[in-house]
Design a protein around this ligand. Structure first.
Ligand SMILES: *[C@@H]1O[C@H](CO)[C@@H](O)[C@H](O)[C@H]1NC(C)=O
Ligand SMILES: *[C@@H]1O[C@H](CO)[C@@H](O)[C@H](O)[C@H]1NC(C)=O
Ligand SMILES: *[C@@H]1O[C@H](CO)[C@@H](O)[C@H](O)[C@H]1NC(C)=O
Length: 409
């Protein structure tokens, strides 16, 4: 099961603890892993108990979508095994609709790109055991100037539900300057009123700090502007999303935008880091490449089960940047608690040269007693761990206390 990709490996390091000195404990959560906002005010539609996983058309196809691409993507998610790993949402982004509503005021699927309509497509996607998502905008128009849903919330939600839609990404263009705290709840209520359980993904770009208010409105909320397929964009977005870690939890997640893995603008090392950090941050794992045509490297990154299991861990606490050092702080330790008294950490080398990076237990919320040097044997003879990490790469590890690991086994 363990895929030994070089940078997304999970290594379970069992810490043997002598009976008389079982003192490795997690520090009070407010010291490192502040979870004081965890689980408050969640939307309450029962979804998003773990971060959503799936695919979205935008990052690769932009407006070049049509029903064949969507159907073939659904097929590919199944045949590649991605669906089985949890990637179940097939999300259509902007450009699916005609430029204007019909005479009844309804949105209409683009007749050239989606001649069979969205309902037929939804039926097809459902027949594959997958779920289907669509896109609209909390404004007059979408970003590509299709009709938006502002002031049409109930009609549009009803239409989406009648098609069998399972997920709505709701964008922020042409918003007339109206407060998002007014605009986004309208669609929440409209979706709820349909009686169909629909995942509500807010795409407000982080402008009004949605982590502070969105958990009672959506199942996830974008914390940043759009990702670009570059190392600079990906790292900058990771850092912004990190600030809101205390606000994520089952029911509502911070969303640093969709994955660029496989789109060609970063190296495979950088994509491994992108995927590992997104997983650790409990970000939605929404694939943004053409899954009908992935390289072996892209496939290996996206299907790393250990990394996915970190993302989908039931504890649902967002991992975060806990320690940086080295030139411009580019040796980074990102870490977070997992269920079963485990801790995940990533050694992330954001420098342009390979380096040995050391994670010390105390910087990750693991305390050791005065007996620390006697507590750990095996791989960890001290209370830290070091590994060589290539430039822009990362290495992910999971630590488990011996007692917890034994009782889980
Ligand atoms: C509507 O909202 C209520 C209150 O949060 C919730 O219990 C119910 O499950 C929601 N229904 C749907 C279809 O989302
Ligand atoms: C598949 O991807 C490669 C690049 O990885 C590209 O050159 C090729 O054109 C793609 N094929 C199709 C059918 O899209
Ligand atoms: C340190 O460990 C030894 C045995 O390994 C034990 O006898 C002693 O009490 C421990 N000291 C503390 C402070 O836990």
């Amino acid at each position: 099961m363990a895929k030994s990709t070089r940078n997304c490996v999970r290594l379970t390091v069992i810490l043997y603890v002598y009976a008389a000195a079982v003192t490795a404990t997690v520090l009070p959560s407010d010291q490192i892993y502040d979870t004081s906002k965890y689980g408050i005010l969640q939307l309450g539609n029962g979804l998003a108990q773990t971060p959503q996983m799936g695919w979205n058309s935008w990052n690769f196809f932009r407006c070049g979508i049509h029903e064949t691409v969507i159907r073939e993507t659904a097929d590919a998610l199944v045949t590649t095994g991605l669906a089985k790993l949890g990637y179940v949402y097939v999300n259509i982004d902007d450009c699916w609709s005609e430029l204007v509503r019909n005479s009844e005021g309804d949105m209409v699927p683009d007749s050239k790109a989606f001649p069979s309509g969205i309902k037929a497509l939804a039926d097809y996607v459902h027949s594959k055991g997958l779920k289907i998502g669509i896109y609209s905008d909390a404004g007059l128009y979408t970003c590509q100037v299709r009709p938006g849903s502002l002031k049409h919330e109930n009609d549009d939600a009803t239409l989406f539900a009648s098609w069998g839609i399972d997920y709505l990404k709701y964008d922020n263009c042409f918003n007339l300057g109206i407060d998002p705290k007014e605009r986004y709840p309208l669609m929440r209520d409209a979706l709820n009123a349909t009686g169909r359980t629909i995942f509500y993904s807010l795409c407000e770009w982080g402008l009004d700090d949605p982590a502070l208010w969105a958990s009672k409105i959506g199942n996830s909320w974008r914390t940043t502007k759009d990702i670009k397929d570059t190392w600079e964009s990906m790292t900058a977005i990771a850092d912004i999303n990190d600030k809101w870690a205390a606000y994520a939890g089952p029911g509502g997640w911070n969303d640093p935008d969709m994955l660029e893995v496989g789109n060609g603008g970063m190296t495979n090392q950088e994509y491994r880091s992108h995927f590992s950090i997104w997983a650790l941050m409990k970000a939605p794992l929404i694939i943004g490449c053409d899954v009908r045509n992935m390289t072996a490297e892209t496939y290996e990154i996206l299907t790393n089960e250990e990394v996915i299991s970190v993302n989908q861990d039931p504890l649902g606490v967002q991992g975060r940047k806990v320690y940086t050092y080295g030139p411009d702080g580019c040796y980074q330790i990102w870490a977070g608690p997992l269920s079963g008294e485990r801790t995940v950490f990533v050694l992330w080398n954001r420098c342009s040269e390979a380096a040995t990076i050391t994670a010390k237990w105390d910087t990750m919320g693991l305390e050791s007693s005065t007996n620390a040097s006697h507590e750990y044997v095996s791989l960890c003879s001290t209370n830290s761990f070091s590994a060589k990490v290539e430039a822009h790469a990362s290495e992910m590890f999971v630590l488990a206390l011996a007692a917890a690991a034994a009782s889980a086994a």
